[in-house]
Design a protein around this ligand. Structure first.
Ligand SMILES: [Zn+2]
Ligand SMILES: [Zn+2]
Length: 793
């Protein structure tokens, strides 16, 4: 007897696998990694076979009902990665397995009803008229969904009929998104024979003859839609053609495809590439490629992937947000053409399904994608590259809360594939591992164009204020901007805050207009003169008088990108001003269009949020201005200094590519080490100071953190649940901070209390967190557990 160990797809079910008996009829197809239907209590649910077993730990095992996949969708390596991720982030295995597949490939169960096979209906008088009608309706169908039936019939009658044994309730799992199909006409005879027939028919039936010739010319196959039906019928009667139903792949817009010149490597690049090869030939491990902005990291990735393909293997390339980094995708498509598949949330459901199938089938050999592409079902994994590994968007902010960079390392280890992490500003955790020798460290210290990194000037906004300049532009920035535009050159202005004013304040009573759902101030947007909540999207009109005291002295404060845009317009009426933030890039392709316009317009100024800091390679940007470097500095987050350093370095790095460049950073904290180090292009200097502080404050990389949030619509419930959890979760070696109200105390109408756990032993911290999570929080309280949190708002 053989058993399948199945992880049922039930969110939150904390089971490492249940044993099910494999009936003889399914024995060949019940393989590890295949999805199945199993009974669980009184339900039928889907699940994944984790493994097979000759023994069964329980007395009576229930039977596997169906196997859904002809071929297992989870390859063996991925199953192992799923288990590791589940342990590492204390996330239920079912939740992890679910996140590994795109939504289009998942099965969803529908409740359906059918007449019970062997029962004859009782006398009509025993049933209510409503119940009789249900039986009548069902007798015309094999089965009907609850949704269909509930339109016309009360659900209680359905349940009664089930109780009487007259109808059955089942779960039906329709096939997920279907492949695109196309009817095609293909030759049923060898080409020579078709040519002959075309010649014979040329006189009598010129149309048929012409179509035969076209078929031969097209390689034997044409879409059926193009061929007149009479021609097709006649040709198939003659036995010359047949109609076939072929699966076609819907491809996302292929982008730039013309092959570009392959650049010559610099000496430094050659060296890096050689070290990569030497290192990974003996034992595939992890390499941190620390390269300054503009040092040609992408070319290293391209060459390395080229080598991987030559060895008959596949590569996964992760990029932070593919919509924001079209350039790197374009370069992979130029180099590797149709072998590239793209996986990200911007694709249509059909495109994502087909790209996933192209990967699964081994057709696609280079997978470029966002975070979840780390789970792409490649069979012969030869490398994983994580570009801009420091980016926060690699962290998934809903369960399972994994970090794609860390999963890449886990997967590389499981499948013995080298992993390359690339960045100009590596995450502190990554750089520490490189220094301790856990990762190989390779450095690109010079730009490929031979130019220097742009000089950075720090402008002290306090002295501007002292000198009576109340404008958001220091005199230096105003002059530099003017000079740049007059030269016909381009400039970028960075401010990590969208909208016009970041809040609205009454000068009489001090009231700040807040979101009724969330504990945050509303942001003023020019569009519709409205106030928006950036967390829940609540909107209201900007009030003319204070809602608290009725005063007219109500005023917007704190500038956002809209305000910067307006100011540049007023100062430089002749310049073309473009703005790039979440509000101007909502529509598909808007981001790309803005970039193209900026690239092709002389004397243009691009104003934007962190979107403009990411990987843009636009020649001829002579000035980058950071309007206010301090926005991230005061976040209640231990990474605020690191974030500030990264943003200034990254946005500054857009300047002076292929020409002169300079950077101006405005700040109220010119002495802060993050700003000083960014201005000096001194990563090591920043790293040393930040690391010393992290050690003193007991933060990562010296400790492991777990963030627990208790949220509820009831203020007292949330607090009580958090306090009870802390009381139960005491451990001598795990530090507990809190419970305390979360920085975002109210969000979407829920009150939030938080607990932060830290300790040097990951296992101990996770164990305590698990205990706290399991303490009965009360019916209206939700507990979320985030291991290695990035955002702790
Ligand atoms: Zn007021
Ligand atoms: Zn809100």
């Amino acid at each position: 007897m053989e058993y399948a160990i199945v992880a049922p797809d039930v969110p939150g079910l904390d089971a490492s696998g249940l044993h099910y008996r494999i009936p003889a009829s399914l024995s060949g197809r019940a393989l590890p990694g295949a999805r199945v239907v199993v009974p669980l209590l009184s339900r039928e649910v889907t699940g994944v076979i984790l493994g097979l077993d000759r023994h069964c730990p329980v007395a009576v095992a229930r039977e596997l009902l169906r196997v859904l996949d002809d071929e297992p969708v989870y390859r063996e390596g991925l199953l192992a990665v799923g288990r590791t991720v589940s342990r590492h982030y204390a996330a239920p295995l079912a939740t992890v397995l679910r996140a590994m597949l795109p939504a289009e490939v998942r099965y969803r169960g529908h409740t359906v009803y059918a007449l019970a096979g062997d029962r004859s209906p009782p006398e009509a008088r025993e049933l209510s008229p409503a119940a009789s009608r249900i039986l009548e309706t069902l007798s015309d169908h094999q089965f009907m969904t609850q949704k269909e039936l509930a339109r016309d019939h009360p659900v209680k009658d359905l349940s009664r009929l089930v109780a009487l044994g007259l109808i059955e309730r089942k779960t039906f799992f329709p096939a997920p998104a279907r492949a695109g199909r196309l009817l095609q006409v293909e030759l049923a005879v060898p080409t020579d024979r078709a040519r002959e027939a075309a010649q014979q028919d040329a006189g009598r039936a010129p149309r048929r003859s012409e179509w035969l010739r076209r078929l031969v010319a097209a390689g034997g196959r044409l879409p059926a839609a193009g061929m007149p039906k009479t021609v097709r019928d006649r040709l198939s009667q003659q036995g010359l053609v047949r109609t076939v139903d072929v699966e076609v792949k819907r491809r996302p817009a292929p982008g730039m495809h013309e092959p570009a010149d392959v650049p010559t490597l610099t000496g430094e690049q050659e060296l890096v590439l050689r070290s990569l090869g030497d290192h990974h030939r003996c034992s595939p491990g992890v390499t941190l490629l620390h390269g300054v902005t503009g040092s040609g990291k992408t070319e290293i990735y391209l060459r390395w992937v080229g080598q991987v393909l030559q060895h008959g293997r596949q590569a996964i390339v992760l990029v932070p947000e593919i919509g924001l980094t079209p350039q790197i995708l374009g370069r992979f498509q130029q180099r590797f053409g149709d072998q590239v598949a793209v996986l990200h949330s911007g694709l249509s459901a059909g495109e994502r399904y087909d790209e996933w199938r192209r990967i699964q089938g081994g057709e696609a050999r280079v997978i470029v994608g966002a975070r979840s592409a780390v789970f792409a079902p490649v069979e012969h994994l030869g490398a994983i590259i994580v570009d801009e590994e420091h980016e926060y968007s690699y962290k998934q902010e809903e369960a399972p809360r994994y970090h794609a960079r860390e999963v890449a390392v886990m997967r590389g280890r499981a499948e013995k594939a080298p992993v390359i992490l690339g960045s100009a500003t590596p995450a502190l955790e990554t750089y520490t591992r490189a220094l301790t020798g856990e990762y190989q460290l390779l450095t690109l210290s010079r730009r490929v164009d031979g130019g220097d990194l742009p000089p950075v000037t720090v402008v002290d906004l306090r002295s501007e204020l002292k000198d009576g300049n109340r404008s958001m532009f220091s005199r230096q920035l105003a002059h530099a901007l003017e000079a740049t535009v007059h030269r016909g050159a381009r400039a970028m202005l960075f401010l990590n805050r969208r909208g016009f004013h970041s809040f609205v304040l009454c000068r009489e009573c001090g009231l700040v207009v807040r979101c009724p759902q969330c504990a945050v101030s509303l942001t003023a947007h020019r569009q519709g003169r409205a106030l928006w909540c950036h967390y829940c999207d609540y909107r209201q009109r900007t009030p003319d008088v204070c809602p608290g005291c009725g005063s007219r002295q109500i005023k917007g404060l704190g500038a956002g990108t809209e305000r910067v845009e307006q100011e540049v317009h007023q100062r430089l009426p002749g310049a073309r001003v473009l703005r790039m933030d979440r509000d101007t890039t909502g529509r598909a392709g808007a981001h790309q269009k803005l970039l193209e316009e900026f690239r092709s317009t002389p004397a243009a100024v691009l104003v934007g949020t962190q979107m403009i800091a990411k990987g843009l390679d636009i020649p001829g940007v002579e000035l980058v201005g950071v309007a206010l470097a301090d926005t991230a500095l005061h976040f209640p987050d231990f990474r605020s200094a690191e974030r500030t350093f990264q943003l200034i370095s990254q946005v500054g790095g857009r300047s002076g590519r292929g020409g002169p460049g300079s950077v101006l950073v405005q700040t109220y904290h010119p002495q802060h080490y993050a700003i000083q180090a960014a201005a000096a292009h001194d990563y090591q200097g920043f790293y040393r100071q930040e690391l010393a502080w992290r050690k003193q404050a007991d933060f990562p990389p010296f400790t492991h953190l777990v963030h627990l949030v208790f949220s509820s619509s009831g203020e007292a419930e949330a607090e009580r649940a958090a306090r009870r959890a802390v009381d139960r979760g005491l451990h001598p070696k795990v530090r507990v901070l809190g419970p305390s109200p979360a920085p975002l105390y109210r969000l979407h109408g829920l009150y939030r209390w938080q607990v932060l756990l830290s300790g040097s032993d990951r296992g101990e911290v996770l164990e305590v967190a698990g205990t706290m999570q399991k303490v009965q929080p009360g019916p209206r309280v939700r507990v979320t557990l985030d291991a290695d949190p990035i955002s702790m708002m």
